[in-house]
Write a protein that binds this ligand. Sequence first.
Ligand code: G
Ligand code: G
Ligand code: MN
Ligand code: NA
Length: 253
Amino acid sequence: HRLVTQLRGAVADGAFTLHYQPKVAATGAVTGVEALLRWTLPDGTPVSPAEFIPAAEESGLILPLGRWVLEQACAQAREWERTLPEPLPVAVNISALQFSQPDFVEQVRGTLTASGLTPGLLELEITESLLAPEPEAARERLVVLRDLGVRLSIDDFGTGFSSLSYLKLFPVHTLKIDRAFVRDVATDRNDVAIVEAVIGIGQAMNLDVLAEGVETSRQVEVLTRLGCAAMQGYHFARPMPAAEMTAWIATRR
Ligand code: G
Ligand code: G
Ligand code: MN
Ligand code: NA
């Protein structure tokens, strides 16, 4: 359909950019950034990834696009590694189709080598649904990635269908609590209970826990009281181009 034709053209024309959104520690320190894909039509209209990522996945275009994202993010992360006084890990969202490619691990290894980036400064964000179809194969793949030194996080945690036993199976470093549980955490006791439980699991299993979609200082207060050590959301900053991110960090550190 039309969107796929437009997407194909956009990949060829280089109409995509990456924006970056900071992750912030309870202390206020910036602990990393997440790379987020942006597509602007020739007439200047932005198209949301929520709209075009599913089409890119269905058409297979996510493969060249995802490769570009990984290369671009690693190049930027390497630039920050060379120029910033403190390390700034960069997280990349990985789609299910990308992750299931037989050469995915080699792609990551090759991109790290080509960019010169320290592997510990790359984080891969994967979703529970991506791990579900073939858990054993996914686990083996994650072990290899972890042994490369890459950081791994489960994105949108709590919205997938996986059981808690998955946490035992998959060697990840971080759980990102989905913003669906953060939105009403200041007023909804059920959300408080869920967030508290995830933080408890994180502490017990030695996993970092980050709350996504933090938009208000009230949410920051509640999350801090619950022991949440890392947050991300519009309250701190919206996703922004790399140059703006560099300037933003300079004002914070
Ligand atoms: O940035 P925004 O909230 O509009 O993103 C919407 C969705 O698109 C989110 O689920 C996000 O994870 C996803 N997304 C953004 N950038 C990328 C990317 O580079 N690759 C993949 N696979 N998904 C992305
Ligand atoms: O699925 P994933 O967690 O990767 O989605 C990230 C998306 O969430 C990005 O597209 C980003 O623009 C969006 N996002 C980031 N912070 C906030 C926020 O505070 N509120 C809302 N509603 N969306 C956010
Ligand atoms: Mn994400
Ligand atoms: Na999310």
